[in-house]
Design a protein around this ligand. Structure first.
Ligand code: NAI
Ligand code: MG
Length: 414
């Protein structure tokens, strides 16, 4: 199926160039997208003098969504401008403990909604003297209300009672006072209940009893720090995806950085990047496919293989392959015995595809492969052999071929 959504992919530095290809493999299994590659980060800066080339910024601005890996020292020169380029006003960071992962607090399931445009990340820093530097913290009613609106919608979609507002208005009376008033005011207008919690107290409480929190709205820096604290409760940064949501564009990225300590080893956990793909699919309106990707990651984390950060021995690629093999869980197709092989009949089975992009895509691949079925067996198109491999891993080793819908002859894959 041809899809017109245009997605920019930026690998970045360090493990960005390891986890992003793994996530793209998942994306390309889910459907055909118009994927446009762009560059940013330390390596580009060393080569060209700029960490964020104009072409990259333009491509991100013109796309429907962007998958971004991570960059190194140039993070502030790349990530903040890219978030602004997509017009993002909220950074969504789900932090969940997954079954099968050794988590400090298995009862963690929190979504941080972080204000994404202002606070202390507005870039207003001044060196006043050799001894003194200052930072201007910007908080506007309009940006805080926009976050509040999003939090109300998010909480009701998640069918939760309301949300928590994290702040430090007892000290930063003017700025966080404004934030608190604006966010709670919007919630009251929508009839959504809120509870407030001081950000330092939240740091303790989230460790002692994370189950008391569900959706948490935060000022920019607090959301950044507290979501990383919560990452420690669920098994580390390799598991945390994020979405920078704008009105018509979005930037999706793992929360982690370029991890120079493990870069080049091929063992980085790609779960955060793949879960970012799930968020990207949902943003583009493919909710069911996003859920399929999330379920496949969850099953892989539970059943293995796991990467070294979680105590396993799998490489980045092995984890991604395991996720891809779990993307599809259709009903068991009919197996018909022929003289020389057991053949999977896909006739009725592909009808199950419905509106699901993952299955439609496989259906398209199978049909296309089918049209070329006069090719020699050893040149069976990759898509078909991939499909076959997946089917066999899901079903039964004795199956040795597939019969494609509306075809009178089937593949016998050697
Ligand atoms: P980091 O997130 O890169 O790494 C922190 C620790 O977590 C390291 O021990 C690392 O090995 C581990 N880790 C992170 N992601 C992992 C994964 N997917 N699988 C397994 N282990 C993983 O943070 P750090 O070390 O503070 O920063 C390194 C560089 O990344 C810095 O130059 C920083 O500026 C940059 N950075 C970039 C970000 C971005 O591009 N959005 C965000 C955070 C940091
Ligand atoms: Mg951070």
């Amino acid at each position: 199926m041809l899809v017109t959504d245009e997605i920019v992919v930026i690998e970045g530095d360090g493990i960005g160039s390891e986890v992003v290809p793994a996530a793209v493999e998942v994306l390309e299994t889910v459907g055909e997208f118009d994927i446009n590659r762009a560059v940013a980060g330390d390596v580009v800066k060393a080569e060209t003098g700029t960490a964020l080339p104009d072409e990259t910024r333009d491509a991100v601005g013109a796309a429907d969504a962007t998958l971004f890996g991570a960059v190194g020292k140039s993070a502030a020169d790349v990530v903040l401008p890219l978030r602004a380029t997509v017009g993002s006003y909220v950074n969504v960071r789900p932090v969940r403990a997954y079954p099968g992962v050794d988590a400090l607090r298995p009862d963690t399931d929190i979504v941080f909604l972080r204000e994404n445009t202002e606070g202390v990340y507005s870039g207003h820093e001044t060196r006043l003297s050799d001894d003194m530097s200052t930072l201007t913290r910007v908080v506007t009613t309009s940006a805080s209300e926009r976050l509040g609106e999003y939090a109300c919608k998010y909480a009701s979609a998640r069918e939760t009672d309301g949300f928590h507002i994290v702040h430090k208005a007892n000290v930063m009376r003017e700025t966080d006072g404004r934030f608190l008033e604006a966010v709670s005011g919007v919630a009251a207008d929508h009839g959504v209940s809120t509870e407030t919690v001081l950000m330092d107290a939240f740091g303790t409480q989230v460790c002692l009893d994370p189950s008391q929190y569900d959706v948490v709205a935060c000022p920019n820096l607090a959301g950044d720090v507290l979501s990383d604290v919560a990452a420690g409760l669920v098994g580390g940064l390799g598991l945390l995806p994020s979405a920078n949501i704008g009105a018509e564009n979005g930037l999706f990225e793992p929360v982690h950085g370029s991890a120079p300590d493990i870069a080049g080893e091929g063992t980085a956990n790609p779960a955060a990047a793949i879960l970012s793909i799930a968020m990207l699919l949902e943003f583009l309106g493919y909710e069911r496919d996003g859920q399929i990707v999330r379920d496949a990651v969850q099953a892989t984390l539970a059943e293995g293989p796991q990467t070294p950060d979680l105590g396993g021995e799998a490489t980045t690629d092995e984890f991604a392959t395991a996720v891809v093999s779990r993307l599809w869980s259709p009903p068991v197709p009919e197996i018909c015995e022929t003289g020389e092989a057991s053949i999977l009949r896909l006739d009725s089975w592909v009808k199950h595809a419905g509106s699901c992009r993952v299955m439609k895509h496989f259906e398209t691949r199978v049909s296309r492969s089918c049209m070329n079925r006069n090719q020699a067996a050893n040149s069976v198109p990759v898509a078909t052999t991939t499909l076959y491999r997946i089917l066999r891993s899901r079903l039964d080793a004795r199956v040795s071929g597939i019969l494609v819908a509306d075809c009178d002859a089937g593949w016998v894959v050697k």
